[in-house]
Design a protein. Structure first.
Length: 465
């Protein structure tokens, strides 16, 4: 059983909780820093307005050509400095511990006002320093510095409360998010668990006819279930074919084995002459040859059905067909048949295993010769279209009944079992031929009429230009 923390449901719930927690943190940070900026701007605006209104020019006479007497109004904690940094006036509420920055006076003399955050041992202040100008009727001269200060205690308390609220929200939300994620993950994964249980049940019962997509919607899980159904259907079909193949192979091997046992029993029943033993051994050799052909065909069919890589030989189809027909010409003449070869003007070239493709042609031509009566004609035609090389084998033989045509490529299928055995067939030739063609990306088409003859057409994909 999987560990609790290794389950997909736990991981989904954890991800849901992490994503929601991250979203709360990001949103909280945006709110926090946005509020901090807004509060600071509000304090800065208050200090700027207070600085403008805190200093007034008296109506007294000037003490010198450039300096007039200034008065400080206590609208906020403030102080008035000379351009040298000496204190002229100050409000009693102004924190005397606030120092004068070394570069402040230079900035004031340059005409620049400045905001500063001053951190004292017990309180944090916001300080605004601005030049004081006196208009003497001639020019506007900077003669002093006004500083206005405000405690940030309320603003920082507000931000601290907001931080606590965000932290509390995270502490409360994350467990709820985990529970909600666990519930939602369970709901989302329940169809997958249903599919798993069904597949496990099918495996346990070995009933491959059952399906797992029944009742599931057309969503991702439903598509996954239908994929499993397709796999089950292919496995069911493969196992059915395997059972049929095993049964057919057992049946096919049983007959020659029974014949061998019967012949041996008869030979051992009583003493016999050397010639009789010789005849029995000849009959045993024929039976063994039949079994050898059957086993070789079974091995060929097994090798053809595997997924090994095909040799990518370039094959001249005309030359290959001519070579096969030349070898079979003697057999055709022995039956007084006419074996004709007609070549189209095109010279198709394909890629694949030459020996296997030659075996398909040999099988088709050999079958045509076997089932064509004496005096008949077997014609082999080679041509091509845009995509395929075509090899047609047509005979004037006995033909195939329509009800047998769909099954002639099945393993061990015979339209006439007795006649096929008499001709030395195993019932695997056409099955092997079709398997070879499918492995090469082609196929074999059949058209037949009883009493008229049959036409087998091999279609092999041409090589790409």
């Amino acid at each position: 059983m999987l560990s609790f923390t290794r389950t997909l449901r736990f991981r989904l719930a954890l991800w849901f909780m992490a994503v929601l927690g991250a979203a709360i943190v990001v949103l909280g940070a945006l709110i926090y820093f946005g509020l901090q900026r807004a509060l600071l701007q509000n304090v800065d605006n208050t200090l700027r307005n207070a600085a403008v209104r805190s200093v007034i020019q008296s109506n007294g006479e000037a003490e010198s050509e450039r300096l007039r007497r200034l008065s400080l109004i206590s609208l906020a904690p403030s102080r008035l400095l000379t351009l040298d940094g000496n204190t002229l006036q100050f409000d009693a509420a102004f924190p005397t511990a606030i120092p004068i920055a070394p570069d402040l006076l230079n900035a004031i003399q340059a005409g620049n006002a400045r905001f500063e955050t001053m951190i004292l041992p017990s309180v944090i202040y916001r300080l605004y320093s601005a030049p004081v100008r006196v208009d003497d009727g001639v020019d506007n001269t900077r003669v002093a510095v006004v500083q206005v200060v405000q405690s940030l205690e309320n603003e920082y308390a507000t931000l601290a409360n907001l931080r606590g609220l965000i932290g509390l929200l995270i502490l409360v939300t994350l467990p709820l998010a985990g529970l909600g994620g666990w519930f939602l993950a369970g709901r989302a994964l329940s169809p997958i668990e249903h599919v798993r249980r069904d597949v496990s049940s099918i495996i346990g019962s070995a009933d491959l006819s059952r399906r797992v997509s029944n009742g599931l919607p057309d969503d991702e899980v439903g598509k996954l279930a239908r994929t499993f159904d397709g796999l089950l259907a292919r496995i069911e079909d493969a196992m059915a074919r395997e059972r049929q193949f095993t049964a057919d192979a057992s049946h096919e091997l049983r007959s020659p084995l029974a014949a061998l046992k019967g012949e041996i029993s008869v030979a051992l029943n009583r003493p016999r002459s050397a010639s009789e033993y010789h005849g029995t051994l000849n009959e045993l050799e024929v039976s063994i040859d039949d079994m050898t052909r059957l086993v070789e065909d079974l091995l060929t069919l097994a090798r053809t059905g595997n997924d090994t890589q095909l040799p990518s030989q370039l094959i001249e189809v005309v030359e290959m067909a001519m070579s096969v027909c030349d070898r079979l010409m003697v057999i055709a003449h022995e039956k007084s048949l006419e074996l004709l070869v007609k070549i189209d003007a095109a010279q198709p070239i394909v890629a694949g295993d030459r020996s296997q493709l030659a075996r398909v042609i040999t099988n088709l031509v050999d079958n045509a010769i076997r089932y064509t009566p004496t005096g008949g004609v077997v014609e082999v035609r080679v041509s091509c279209n845009i995509t395929h090389a075509l090899i047609e084998v047509q005979d004037t033989g006995i033909g195939i009944a329509p009800e047998h045509v769909p099954h002639i490529f099945d393993r061990f299928y015979r339209t006439d079992s007795a006649r096929s055995r008499q001709n030395g067939g195993t019932g695997l030739g056409l099955a092997i031929a079709q398997a070879i063609m499918q492995r090469h990306g082609g196929d074999i088409l059949v058209a037949s009429e009883v009493g008229v003859g049959s036409l087998f057409t091999m279609r092999i994909p041409l090589i790409a230009e």
